[in-house]
Design a protein. Sequence first.
Length: 148
Amino acid sequence: MFQKLINTEDLLILFIARITLGIVIFPHGAQKILGIWGGHGLQPVMDAFQQWFGIPSFITALVAFAEFFGMIAILLGLFSRFMAGSFILVMMGAIYYVVHDHFFMNWYSEQRGEGFEFHLLAIGLSLIIVIGGSGKFSIDRWLMKKIK
């Protein structure tokens, strides 16, 4: 089971997908966990998600941890299949609970709320990682070589 989790080819494209996803999503987690880059920190985010969307605090905490710690793991290439699969669930939840009313992002403030096109892109990158693994320059690849 462990070998299936870390199994990956030495492919640059998997590295690119992993780094792109991590760089884009990590700041969202840092906003939620650390309150930086315009974020408010974990407790205010949990309170807001409960009030606005009816999402329980422990679910919001899991989302924040997936976006922060999960993306650190993905950037390092550590258990990336599991982390990316978990993140797909986060994005599906965000689409269902938060942004399902619109497809397009709210570039021009012409609609109330955001759309889910960004979430679909993140799901696509995550699926690449789930299917292919961490790829080149990853801890998973290094571990895989060590246990063979």
